[in-house]
Design a binder for this molecule. Structure first.
Ligand SMILES: Cc1cc2nc3c(=O)[nH]c(=O)nc-3n(C[C@H](O)[C@H](O)[C@H](O)COP(=O)(O)O)c2cc1C
Length: 346
């Protein structure tokens, strides 16, 4: 409803002379949409090409960085990932996965020098090899540790510091011990993926616990988890009227138009042709970034495992792409997909 309300006024504002206060008020009603970080997919090349082709995303979060020994010693490939603090005007927020306050401070200062104005701390990574070392969501059962790190970091950095977490590692109750800590520090934003770490990406999101958290949390709150279609967003929007900020991952990878669809922005008539141009640009951009190394195909195949979901026969579409190993095979498979299958979108 908030979306429809906004769109009505947004369209009206083109033709009339609404005061800036009114426009600001209206703009505040527009849902804020962040691209969720995806290790292996949403790197600098994806963000660059995505931002050229699609509208509706308000902020990009990079996949996480780890093991920052010294800023000047970041390998060139990782440094290139931090090449653009903005992508077509959209701010980019680097993310760090760490349990070492000094490392976080070093990385924050480095990001500041590169022109970024926010760093995001990953307290959500669920994989056992990470979580067992009390990193990512594995730190959530240890509030003292979280507080100790925040106490050190918040005094030493000049850029905004936000957090992305889950409800807990083992149990969704763990977050309630973290709330007073998150509220105590000037955290610029808290994104909650409404699952536990142990759940990985399975089972349902725990909306009941998320709802209980809403009145308790002081930093600006963003919801994340299982928004695949516009109707998922609408249900959520209706249930949690006070939440206006959403992070979307898989839904956006399935259908890159999803943020624009949620915001009711104008979308090209021929979506299939637009997707085709996007995927072709992405292909050449990856080839360039990887100096024509065949590993570009693996990255594209990984992305097709999501994009194929928005075609009329996802299984068959992905099967065509899965078996390719050379650039000419990839090009043929993509042509065939766009000739023989239909883009249906979210
Ligand atoms: C392959 C993969 C890689 C991911 N990489 C990251 C990451 O680097 N940092 C992070 O905070 N979350 C990462 N996530 C989690 C997503 O950002 C997001 O929180 C999750 O997919 C839930 O959102 P969704 O239901 O909209 O996809 C990853 C998820 C997947 C499946």
């Amino acid at each position: 409803m908030k979306t429809l309300y906004f769109c009505f006024f947004a369209k009206l504002s083109y033709k009339s002379h609404l005061s800036s206060n009114t426009l600001n008020y209206i703009l505040q009603q527009l849902p804020i949409i962040y691209l969720a970080p995806f290790q292996g997919i949403t790197g600098v090349t994806f963000r660059l090409v995505y931002a050229k082709h699609f509208q509706g995303v308000d902020k990009f979060f990079t996949p996480f960085f780890t093991t920052i020994h010294h800023s000047s010693k970041l390998p060139p490939r990782k440094l290139a990932e931090l090449g653009h603090p903005y992508e077509n005007g959209i701010p980019v927020v680097p993310q760090i996965l760490s349990k070492d306050a000094d490392e976080i401070i070093r990385f924050a200062n480095f990001c500041e020098r590169l022109g970024f104005d926010e760093l995001n701390w990953n307290l959500g990574c669920p994989y056992p090899q990470v979580a067992n070392k009390k990193r990512g969501s594995g730190m959530l059962p240890f509030p003292v540790m979280v507080e100790d790190i925040l106490g050190k970091v918040m005094n030493e950095i000049n850029i905004k510091f936000s957090i992305k977490c889950r409800l807990g590692y083992v149990s969704a109750d763990e977050i309630f011990d973290l709330v007073p800590i998150f509220n105590h520090y000037p955290i610029s934003g808290l994104t909650i993926h409404a699952r536990t770490g142990k759940q990985l990406y399975t089972g349902k999101t725990d909306l009941e616990t998320f709802e209980k958290l809403i009145p308790l949390i002081s930093p600006p709150l963003t919801y994340n988890g299982d928004i695949f279609f516009r109707k998922d967003f609408e249900c959520f929007d209706k249930q949690f009227n006070t939440i206006n900020s959403f992070m979307i991952g898989r839904g956006l990878l399935w259908d890159p138009f999803l943020p624009a669809k949620i915001k009711d922005l104008t979308i090209v008539d021929n979506q299939q042709e637009h997707i085709r141009q996007f995927i072709n640009d992405l292909y050449f951009a990856y080839r360039k970034q990887m100096n024509d190394n065949l590993s570009a195909i693996s990255v594209l195949k990984e992305y097709w495992s999501y994009l194929s979901m928005s075609f009329n026969d996802p299984h068959k579409v992905f099967k065509k792409l899965k078996k390719v190993n050379r650039f000419d095979e990839y090009e043929d498979a993509v042509s065939l997909v766009f000739d023989e299958f239909n883009w249906v979108g979210a």
